[in-house]
Design a protein around this ligand. Structure first.
Ligand code: T3D
Length: 289
């Protein structure tokens, strides 16, 4: 009899009449709405939330659908249990009867698709790194917009130990974040960086006590929700292109994005509120009349 993946199992349980709560417990990715924020939790704690094909599918769907919801203003990505994510599930990757063949093709269909989606999202993504982040798990955190780490978090470029190449954008993000030589040492040696070292190296915005991580991430989400969303989206776009272009070209990009930002209702409201010494109301949509 064929083995059912988590997604198929959930669908089967739905047909068999399980409750929503029972199905949710079975999912390898959990989502929770808190105000205008969606908390997305990788949920394979028994294997430090390492990636299976099923977890890829569920995680991508959860992030993409949260990003499409106009009421959502930020996403928090975190892990269940004592880890954030240990990268690829090595048991599934080496199972001769498993779903993974050529690693390059697998990357393109899974990790590359995921990090491209995170990078292109309209809303900021906050990584709440609650424990070890290894291999692709570390590099997925690095493509998020704001990275918070619990005190027990660790960042490990574990690829060299199993003779693989850092992926999920790590060879692009890491040298830009920590500098080329630190990136070389981290990826070649595979040493673990503690949360504090990661902050010192510029990977992490804030380190919190482990039991305060969720709250700290929600505080950031709340602050983002109070800001005008279009300006945040355009700022993300400007910072993304800045890494790939010349100074002159980036000035052109800033000019074009500023032109759009300056025509937005949010900009008009924010400036009026400042001048009138009142709180802005960003509920109005669209461009300036
Ligand atoms: O397209 C492709 O497929 C290629 C893409 C590759 C992307 C990648 O991410 S490659 C890198 C893969 N990840 C790793 O090499 C990390 C492997 N894990 C570790 O080195 C260690 O587990 C950690 C340093 C992350 C944490 O160590 P520790 O001592 O805190 O925990 P542990 O005891 O090693 O792990 C706890 C359990 O999780 C354990 O299971 P058990 O013995 O309790 O039943 C362990 O086997 C399991 N686990 C941890 N990482 C993975 C894993 N199981 C499957 N795959 C894992 N990656």
């Amino acid at each position: 009899m064929p083995q059912l993946g988590h997604a198929q199992l959930s669908a089967a349980k739905k047909r068999l009449g399980c409750t929503e709560e029972e199905r949710h417990l079975d999912s390898v990715v959990l989502t929770e709405r808190v105000g205008s924020c969606v908390i997305v939790t990788m949920n394979r704690p028994e294997a430090l939330n390492s990636f299976t094909v099923d977890m890829h599918r569920e995680l991508h769907d959860a992030i993409e659908s949260a990003g499409r919801d106009p009421q959502v203003r930020s996403i928090i990505l975190t892990g269940a249990g004592r880890g954030f994510c240990a990268g690829q599930d090595l048991a599934e990757a080496t199972d001769p009867d498993g779903p993974i063949g050529d690693l390059g093709e697998h990357l393109e269909q899974t990790y590359n698709r995921l990090v491209r989606t995170i990078r292109r999202l309209r809303v900021p993504v906050i990584a709440a790194v609650n424990g070890v982040a290894a291999g692709a798990g570390a590099n997925i955190a690095l493509v998020c917009d704001i990275i918070l780490a619990g005190r027990s978090a660790k960042f490990v470029q574990s690829f060299s130990k199993i003779s693989l190449v850092p992926d999920s954008g790590g060879t692009w993000t890491l040298p830009r974040l920590v500098g080329p030589h630190r990136a070389r040492a981290l990826t070649l040696l595979g040493d673990a960086l503690s949360a504090e070292q990661a902050k010192e190296f510029g990977l992490v915005w804030q380190v919190t006590e482990d039991d305060g991580l969720r709250e700290a991430a929600l505080v950031i989400a709340e602050r983002l929700a109070a800001l005008p969303p279009e300006g945040l989206m355009l700022t993300k776009q400007a910072l993304d292109t800045a890494m790939e272009t010349t100074f002159d070209r980036q000035l052109d990009i800033e000019r074009d994005l500023q032109s759009r930002a300056g025509q937005s209702a949010d900009n008009a409201e924010a400036v009026s509120a400042f001048l009138e010494k009142r709180k802005p109301d960003f509920s109005a949509k669209g461009t300036k009349a």
